[in-house]
Design a protein around this ligand. Structure first.
Ligand SMILES: [Zn+2]
Ligand SMILES: [Zn+2]
Length: 202
């Protein structure tokens, strides 16, 4: 683990708790910092294919954040993170290897399945699940990155992000909205919530 203990503590505090998903994000960020660099020193774009826990670590540790516009979310539901460095076009995609989230043993998977099937977990099972989740977090934090992830170079260029900041008033609610986010409906320019309400009524 190349990231300083204090920084990991800060990341956990930023996220609110320690969990396997955050650990995946911390380790992916570690690879990104090692292979591509940090967004404060380099121009880096991150594309994340999940919006779960791990993205907090990506934002906190790599400096790629939603607010800065150098983090793009694709709603694919995968623990996959791609980093592009503008200077030389270097890019890598980091994706968790199949089965990693079930390690080190099958306890989490089997107890979660039981819960999902409507079964109640006994307090002993709950404690076992808690322990298994902690074990998994520890496993992720201690494994070598290549055991956790497939890390591959990306040859396609970074996606372009249109950041058109022009705002127009919505003709439904009157609130200002980014023009690129408006919808046309029956001759009116609407924000998305207004558009969806009218579309339902129509
Ligand atoms: Zn979490
Ligand atoms: Zn509106």
């Amino acid at each position: 683990m190349d990231i300083h203990e204090d920084l990991i503590e800060q990341t956990i505090r930023f996220h609110g708790h320690s969990c396997p998903g955050l650990a995946i994000g911390i380790r992916a960020a570690e690879v990104a910092l090692r292979d591509v660099g940090r967004a404060d020193d380099e121009e880096i774009l991150a594309v994340v294919e999940t919006d779960m826990c791990g993205v907090d670590a990506i934002q906190f540790l790599t400096g790629c954040t939603f607010g800065k516009g150098n983090l793009i979310h694709l709603d694919y539901g995968k623990n996959a993170f791609t980093f592009y460095r503008r200077r030389d076009g270097k890019a890598i995609r980091i994706v968790t290897r199949p089965g990693i989230m079930g390690r080190p043993d099958g306890t989490i998977v089997s107890l979660r399945k039981k819960k999902a099937a409507g079964g109640n977990l006994s307090s002993a099972e709950k404690a076992r699940l808690r322990r298994a989740i902690d074990d998994q977090t520890r496993y992720i934090m201690e494994a070598v990155p290549e055991e956790l992830f497939d890390i591959n170079p990306v040859s396609e260029p970074a996606p372009k992000k249109a950041r058109i900041m022009e705002s127009v008033p919505c003709e439904g609610c009157g609130e200002n909205v980014m023009e690129s986010r408006t919808r046309r409906f029956m001759g009116e320019t609407l924000c998305i919530p207004c558009f969806e309400t009218r579309e339902q009524r129509w």
